[in-house]
Design a protein around this ligand. Structure first.
Ligand code: PHE
Length: 461
């Protein structure tokens, strides 16, 4: 059901070719640096299990209902995120001003991309380091492997020119793909990536468990409920992490939903995407923390956690050059499938609603993101003294987008879908079983908006 006279992007070619293709692309967006880089380091920084449990609760109670809602709105509205929300609102007799929520999402996601690309650049640098046997070289260093590998990471961050090179390369690769349209490459890349990344992570979990003897400690660190050390900020960050990791925030899942054919069951697909995303994050944690404990690293060390702990393992495992190179290659591809999805909504908006040519839109937006990305990039070295509320630009952007903007957008979407759209309309749009529909509707009306509002209020006071 396409809505509104100005419906765009409704020709058959821009639909996903199969259910698998959509699940792959949505999972490709969801699984990325958020799972492998950010999840372990925020978990370590906020104390482990209590944080993880709040995160899991947020994924189930807030993330999943919103994921379903966003994909549904995209499919109903059949256009850019901004268009879709406006079209659905008008069709339901509500104010077209709701489309402003889509704009918030598009902007938030571009802001994320500015620092995401910097971190994506680190993965490129690390493919190079792995292939150049830098980790193995560190193993022979007089100060010890862990210290030498830590120095490799801090050396990278301290070098603005190296960061600039990798950040530029990362953005360039992203824009080349987006400029050519979402299909083809994206689907193919994800098809190879997902099983590959999954198997490699599983292998690393086994390796870390066998070689370090710290697996039991890790499981209890990650899952044993101990609420004592849970701060209000930790709860806020855990919710933000759920939004970040599932790519929720009004733009991406809406844009991808707009390519979704009528007959696919949104509920089941959302469950698959959320399940895979969570699984990858937990696997990353299970692979990393045994190494962190065994090598005396600090769990709360911050953004370098993955880039330090795993290379220590690569340094002394057999075929470490190959395994390390492959690992960072997979992480890089996972980051690319996410960064592509971040650029796409803005490009879709400019093409569909402003009549721009795709190439021009993609290059212009990407150029702007690249330029703004120099801020977080330089905040890691030359501008590290410049802080707002105790945070450098990099951390500030991360905090404001993931923990404030995405939840705010999610809250508004929940209110819109739960309280402004009629039940018969939603029931028809989703085509779920009655029991599943009821559970979802209850969540999107109450659990999600109240949960987000409560956590925002609690975390910010
Ligand atoms: N979900 C992606 C990841 O985990 C990042 C992302 C955040 C993508 C927000 C889109 C929007 O890496």
């Amino acid at each position: 059901m396409a809505m509104g006279a100005s419906t765009v992007a409704s020709d058959a070619e821009v639909r996903w070719s199969s259910r698998l293709a959509f699940v792959l692309a949505a999972t490709g967006s969801a699984v990325g640096l958020g799972n492998i880089w950010k999840f372990p380091y925020v978990t370590g920084a906020y104390g482990g299990s209590a944080f993880v449990l709040v995160y899991l609760l947020c994924v189930a109670g807030i993330g999943l209902p919103l994921l379903i809602s966003e994909v549904m709105l995209g499919r109903l509205g059949r256009g850019s995120p901004v268009h879709s929300i406006g079209a659905v609102a008008r069709a339901a007799g509500r104010s077209g001003a709701w489309s402003a929520v889509g704009k918030l999402g598009v902007v938030a996601v571009l802001m994320i991309l500015t620092f995401y690309s910097v971190v994506g650049g680190w993965t490129l640098a690390y493919i190079y380091f792995a292939a150049d046997a830098r980790f193995q070289a560190a193993a022979g260093a007089s100060e010890g492997t862990a210290a030498a590998i830590g120095a490799l990471f801090s050396g990278l961050l301290a070098d603005p020119w190296a960061l600039l090179l990798w950040h530029s390369l990362f953005m360039l690769l992203t824009v080349v793909i987006v400029a050519r349209g979402v299909h083809g490459g994206l689907e193919r890349a994800t098809k190879v990536l997902m099983p590959g990344l999954f198997l490699l992570l599983l292998g690393l979990v086994v390796y870390a468990a066998v070689t370090t003897d710290r697996f039991a400690e890790t499981v209890s660190y990650l899952f044993k409920p101990e609420w004592g050390n849970l701060s209000a900020t930790a709860v806020l960050v855990a919710m933000g992490q759920a939004f970040f990791s599932l790519s929720l925030g009004m733009a991406i899942m809406l844009a991808y939903g707009s390519y979704l054919p009528e007959r696919f069951n949104i509920g089941r697909m959302a469950l698959t995407v959320a399940g895979l995303d969570t699984l990858v994050a937990l696997l990353a944690g299970l692979a990393i923390f045994p190494l962190v404990f065994a090598h005396g690293l600090e769990p709360g060390a911050g953004p370098g956690l993955v880039f330090i702990s795993l290379p220590i393992a690569f340094a002394d495992m057999p075929a470490g050059v190959l395994v390390g190179g492959l690992f960072f290659l997979f992480v890089f591809i996972a980051a690319m499938t996410s960064s592509i999805s971040m650029l796409e909504p803005a490009v879709e908006y400019l093409v569909a609603e402003r009549g721009w040519r795709r190439h021009r839109a993609a290059w212009l937006v990407a150029g702007l993101v690249w330029l703004v990305g120099l801020g977080p990039l330089l905040s890691l070295n030359l501008w590290s003294e410049f802080k707002v509320a105790g945070k450098n630009l990099f951390d500030l952007l991360d905090f404001v987008t993931a923990n404030l903007m995405l939840p705010l957008g999610g809250f508004l979407i929940a209110v819109f879908v739960g309280w402004r759209l009629s039940q018969p309309m939603l029931r028809e749009a989703l085509g779920m079983s009655e029991a599943a529909f009821r559970a979802w509707h209850l969540a999107i009306r109450f659990v999600t908006p109240v949960g987000v509002a409560a956590i925002l209020a609690y975390g910010l006071t």
